[in-house]
Design a protein around this ligand. Structure first.
Ligand code: 5CA
Length: 449
């Protein structure tokens, strides 16, 4: 993509309403634009990151055996009356009436709708288990939308729902999502830890929040350092196998959000040097709530003895749009964003220091073509801005690699390569540079699978 054709509106000043660094950088680097309280437009650069994060979430859901579908954003109040949540949900629910005075709502979550869908299509215990998910916009009329996409009113969520015949089977579904989440967040360059949590308005008795440690996080968290340092299961993990040991290994270590924290237990169970008392961002939340929805909504299947049994259910959320902010909180410096390769809006920023110079133009054109052929996504700065402005801009948007091409270097047959994350700069010969970059990008992407 040529920068001259792209739409990248940058802000010079840090907007005063943005209190945390991810919100500041998302506005400054032209990722989002506020369109209302807690409502954002995703500009082209931010949209690319959002889609990459969504795709990682999707790949790990599919790997775990979940099946994708898509439910609407607008729901009927009737459905929520069946579960009893229409009144209980309160002011956070955006309620709408259509032209026939029918009560509708913009979905804050989909337990009721998926239960309605599955109760008609699943008849027997032989049709189970089922794990279904969608990635869809939600609306919650939060009292205090803040921190940009971290606590928006409209936000993108991945929500999965599990349907099982009994508690033991439901546990297996829960474990699949638990392990899928460990992999999902690690692939985005995030260290996450599952923590015991309150289940709130979703309900249920087993629940874990997946937390990324960050100073600006909304939740207070207490955990054992060994949990955060634990290696993540590899891509060859068998989701149909026994995942309980992987889950137990983690849940046996102390980790709780402030609502569930017990100071005495924490001190008793965790050696002083391993105690982490910090803040964190909740990027995922999983729930097992048994028959909370299936019973009132009459979602039953015939068991082996022919008697009807209500489905055992769970739901599993990931804050897809929130993750864009969380990744920036974890990966930035004074100069701007420092995207991990796996979610970067482009892999490489190609800077032409002197557009119009025949040699610089030719060299850039050949890089641009070579990268395109190799599947390396490139943002080519072909604009007439001053070099200083180009460098600052490229640092701000934080693409993992920069290739800097100027007439002076070209006279000696070299270009400069900069690694945005480490700040390392090196020279490469005109002949080698494309290959070096392609190799690094390919290796980095492989590594994050
Ligand atoms: N139905 C369940 C699981 S599918 C559910 O709604 N869970 S939740 O309320 O915990 O939300 C799931 C995830 O969505 C959260 O972990 C969080 O990452 C994200 N999320 C929740 N509220 C917001 C918000 N206002 N802005 C951005 N992300 C949010």
């Amino acid at each position: 993509m040529r920068l001259s054709r792209f739409y990248l509106p940058l802000l010079r000043e840090t907007p005063s309403e943005a209190q945390i660094v991810s919100h500041q950088l998302m506005l400054r680097a032209g990722l989002i634009r506020q369109e209302g309280a807690g409502i954002y437009a995703w500009l082209p650069l931010g949209f690319r990151v959002l889609k990459k994060i969504e795709q990682i979430v999707r790949e790990e859901q599919n790997r775990a055996g979940a099946v994708e579908m898509l439910m609407p954003t607008i729901q009927q109040a009737e459905l929520w009356r069946e579960s009893g949540r229409y009144e209980a949900y309160g002011k956070e629910m955006l309620r709408i009436t259509d032209r026939h005075d029918r009560e509708m709502l913009f979905g804050p979550t989909n337990e009721e709708m998926i239960t309605e869908i599955v109760r008609t299509g699943v008849r027997s215990y032989k049709d189970l288990p089922k794990l279904l998910y969608h990635i869809q916009w939600k609306f919650r009329d939060e009292i205090r939308p803040r921190f940009g996409v971290m606590r928006g009113r409209e936000f993108l969520m991945k929500d999965t729902y599990s349907f099982d015949i009994d508690k033991a089977a439901a546990r297996k579904s829960y474990n699949k999502m638990f392990v899928a989440y460990l992999r999902t967040f690690a692939r985005m360059g995030l260290q996450s830890a599952p923590m015991r949590a309150e289940s709130g308005p979703i309900g249920g008795d087993m629940s874990h929040e997946f937390i990324v440690l960050a100073e600006t996080g909304e939740s207070g968290v207490f955990c054992d350092r060994r949990l955060v340092d634990m290696p993540v299961p590899g891509s060859d993990i068998d989701f149909e196998g026994d995942l309980q040991p992987i889950v137990d290994q983690r849940t046996s270590l102390y980790a709780a959000t402030d609502e569930k924290h017990d100071a005495a237990e924490f001190e008793e169970q965790v050696a002083e040097g391993d105690r982490i008392a910090a803040r964190g961002i909740e990027v995922g939340h999983i729930f097992n709530f048994g028959t909370k929805y299936s019973e009132p909504m009459n979602a039953v299947v015939a068991g082996p003895d022919g008697k009807n049994i209500p489905l055992e259910m769970g739901s599993y959320g990931v804050g897809v749009s929130r993750l864009v902010g969380a990744v920036i909180e974890a990966h930035h410096d004074e100069g701007g964003c420092r995207w991990p390769l796996s979610v970067a809006p482009f892999h490489v920023g190609l800077i032409n220091l002197k557009p119009g110079d025949a040699d610089a133009d030719a060299a850039c054109q050949s890089f641009y073509q070579a990268f395109g052929k190799a599947g390396v996504e490139t943002l080519y700065d072909d604009t007439n801005a001053r070099p200083g402005e180009k460098f600052a801009r490229m640092d701000l948007i934080g693409l993992p690699f920069q290739v800097i091409v100027g007439p002076r270097g070209l006279k000696n047959g070299v270009v400069e390569i900069k690694n945005r994350a480490t700040g390392d700069k090196s020279e490469a010969s005109l002949g080698d540079a494309a290959e070096v970059i392609v190799a690094q990008v390919t290796k980095g992407l492989q590594h994050s699978l």
